[in-house]
Design a protein around this ligand. Structure first.
Ligand code: GLP
Length: 245
């Protein structure tokens, strides 16, 4: 893992935006994996600005979002799809047919997960997977557990994860769905390159364990140690419990 510690959240967003810009410049038909959450908000703003300034052409780019709440229609105000429309999709020239999302309203969750895996393969696989991390070490909605699902699956959310997603639901934890569809750790690890992004003190423990602790399903982000091309972008606060620096 190549770890980059930057001064603050702004510097992290700038560095990741440059990484995305370079990937698209090198390969205009890049396939991106995308996260939601507070962490990538500033990054998405920079990507919008780069597009407006003519530095990024998204016309041939494909995107696959990591996860979506189960039971929510795409246009629900709390859905991850709505989040992505607000922060990125509505403002750039991505082709609608190249935006891929898990359908939270699918009756047959397993069939929907299989469809998503096939769509990723059909697109040629994910070139660059951008990832956030939960305070408990989750990636996507792969929560710490005795065992994990490799492929896209229906996941049960931890109470803490529901609490941290409550802002999307007007602060009401009860309104946050209990389940979500999520890429599996295997889906994530099949990406050609991965950029893990973490900012703030609240992520420092998870980052220390994920990067320096044992590889274990109890800390899902630690499985990223198995991938040959991972860049980790941290601000000083998120890097503060790393011992090797
Ligand atoms: C959410 C998402 C993850 C995200 C993480 C961190 O629950 N499912 O994909 O990386 O939690 O969120 P935040 O960036 O808001 O801290």
């Amino acid at each position: 893992m190549r770890v980059r510690v930057l001064t603050d959240e702004k510097a992290v967003a700038r560095a990741v935006a440059r990484r995305v810009e370079a990937a698209i410049r090198e390969r205009p038909a890049t396939v991106l994996g995308l996260p939601t959450g507070r962490t990538p908000v500033r990054l998405y703003r920079l990507l919008r600005e780069a597009h407006l300034a003519g530095r990024i052409d998204f016309s041939r780019v494909s995107t696959f979002n990591l996860d979506e709440f189960y039971g929510l229609p795409a246009d629900h105000p709390g859905s991850y799809r709505t989040f992505m429309e607000t922060h990125l999709f509505a403002h750039v020239n991505l082709s609608r047919r190249r935006i891929h999302f898990l359908d939270g309203t699918a009756k047959d969750a397993d069939a929907e997960c299989r469809r998503y895996e096939r769509a990723i393969v059909k697109a040629g696989g994910i070139d660059l997977m951008l990832l956030g991390i939960g305070a408990n070490g989750h990636i996507g909605f792969n929560e710490p557990a005795a065992s994990l699902s490799a492929d896209t699956h229906l996941a049960r959310l931890e109470p803490g994860t529901r609490r941290s997603n409550a802002t999307l639901f007007g602060g009401r934890v009860q309104a946050v769905p209990r389940e979500a569809l999520s890429m599996g750790v295997g889906t994530i690890l099949r990406s050609r390159a991965i950029a893990l992004i973490a900012t703030g003190e609240g992520k420092a423990d998870a980052i220390a364990q994920a990067l320096e602790g044992p590889v274990t399903t109890r800390m899902p982000a630690s499985l990223l140690q198995l991938h040959p091309d991972v860049e980790v972008y941290l601000d000083r606060a998120a890097a503060s419990r790393l011992t090797a620096r």
